[in-house]
Design a binder for this molecule. Structure first.
Ligand SMILES: NC(=O)C1=CN([C@@H]2O[C@H](COP(=O)(O)OP(=O)(O)OC[C@H]3O[C@@H](n4cnc5c(N)ncnc54)[C@H](O)[C@@H]3O)[C@@H](O)[C@H]2O)C=CC1
Ligand SMILES: O=C(O)C1=N[C@H](C(=O)O)C[C@H](O)C1
Length: 253
C-alpha cells in the first residue's frame, strides 16, 4: 500500500468517463486508486478498501445514494454525474449541515474550457436581448438537456433576472411540439445527439445587428481529467457543498 493521502474509489469505473478517471488517478503521483467500483459492487466495499475520496461517474438514478453514503461515512465526494436538480441539492445541503466536516463537489463539467465558457455566458447574458443554448453530444448520452446546459441556462437566467432584462423576443405562435427546445430559467435549450460528437455547447447571444457566440468543444474525455484531479486535490479542504468547478478556481469574473 502506498502512503498517498488521497485514496480514491471511482464509481462507474467501467463507463466512458469512469474508465478514463481510473487511468488518471492511477497516473497521479499523489493518489492511490483503491477501488474501481461497478454497478454490481456494494458501497461497503469502498469502506473496506479504505477510500478517503470517491469520484462519482455513474447514472442520475444512483448518484444521490452514492454521495449520501460517502458523506455519512466521512468520505469526500467529487461528482460529475448529472441529475442534481434543486431538490437533490437541497437534500444534500441538509445532509452536509449534519456532517459539517464533509466536502462535496458537484461539477456539471470538469473541462476548464467549459467552466470558462459557462462563466463568460453568465457574465454576458444581461447585455443581449436574446439568449439561447445549444448543446451537442454523442448519441449514447442518456439525458437531455445536458447538465452543463442546464447549469449554464440557470446562471444566465439568474443574471438576466437580477439585471431586469426582458424575456428574449419570440413571436412564435405555431410550432411543432419541441421545436423551440426546452426552457430553463427563461432560456431556450436545444439538444443535438450526433454520432462522432463527444461534448459540445454553443451559447448564442443576440441584439440588433450583432451576435456573440460562446462555444466550447470537448473532442476527447481526456479534457475532463485535469478537473477531476483538481477536484480530488481540493475537496478535502473545502467543507460543505461546492456547485461547479469554478468554485475551486479564481476566475475573477
Ligand atoms: N462532469 C463532467 O465533466 C462529465 C459528466 N459526465 C456525466 O457522467 C455520467 C456518466 O457518463 P458516461 O461515463 O458517459 O456514462 P456510461 O454509461 O458510460 O457510464 C456509467 C457507468 O456507471 C455504471 N453504474 C451505474 N450505476 C452504478 C452504481 N450504482 N454504482 C457503480 N456504477 C454504476 C454503469 O454500469 C456504467 O458503467 C453521466 O451523468 C454524464 O452526463 C460525463 C462526462 C463529463
Ligand atoms: O454525458 C456526457 O458525455 C457529458 N455529460 C455532462 C453534461 O451532461 O453536461 C458533461 C459533458 O457535457 C459530457
Amino acid at each position: 500500500m502506498s502512503n498517498a493521502e488521497i485514496r480514491v474509489a471511482v464509481l462507474g469505473a467501467g463507463g466512458r468517463m469512469g474508465s478514463e478517471a481510473v487511468e488518471a488517478v492511477k497516473n497521479a503521483p499523489d493518489m492511490e486508486l483503491v477501488a474501481a467500483h461497478g454497478r454490481s459492487d456494494t458501497l461497503e466495499e469502498i469502506l473496506s478498501a479504505g477510500a478517503t475520496h470517491i469520484v462519482d461517474l455513474t447514472v442520475p438514478d444512483s448518484t444521490e445514494a452514492n454521495v449520501r453514503f460517502a458523506v455519512e461515512h466521512g468520505i469526500y465526494a467529487v461528482v460529475g454525474t448529472t441529475g442534481w436538480d434543486a431538490d437533490r441539492l437541497e437534500r444534500l445541503e441538509q445532509l452536509l449541515s449534519e456532517h459539517p466536516e464533509s466536502g462535496v463537489l458537484i461539477a456539471p463539467n470538469f473541462a476548464l474550457g467549459s467552466v470558462l465558457a459557462t462563466a463568460f455566458a453568465a457574465k454576458a447574458a444581461q447585455y443581449f436581448e436574446s439568449a439561447e443554448v445549444i448543446e451537442l453530444h454523442h448519441p449514447q448520452k442518456v439525458d437531455a438537456p445536458s447538465g452543463t446546459a442546464v447549469r449554464t441556462a440557470e446562471l444566465m437566467g439568474a443574471a438576466r433576472e437580477a439585471a431586469d432584462v426582458a424575456p428574449s423576443p419570440d413571436a412564435t405562435e405555431t410550432a411543432l411540439e419541441g421545436a423551440r427546445g426546452a426552457e430553463v430559467a427563461g432560456i431556450h435549450v436545444h439538444s443535438v445527439r450526433l454520432r462522432g460528437l463527444v461534448a459540445h455547447q454553443e451559447v448564442l447571444l443576440g441584439s440588433a445587428g450583432e451576435q456573440l457566440s460562446i462555444r466550447h468543444d470537448s473532442f476527447d474525455r481526456a479534457s475532463f481529467m485535469p478537473g477531476v484531479l483538481l477536484g480530488l486535490r481540493t475537496v478535502g479542504s473545502r467543507p460543505g457543498l461546492t456547485h461547479g468547478l469554478d468554485g475551486y478556481l479564481d476566475l475573477g469574473l
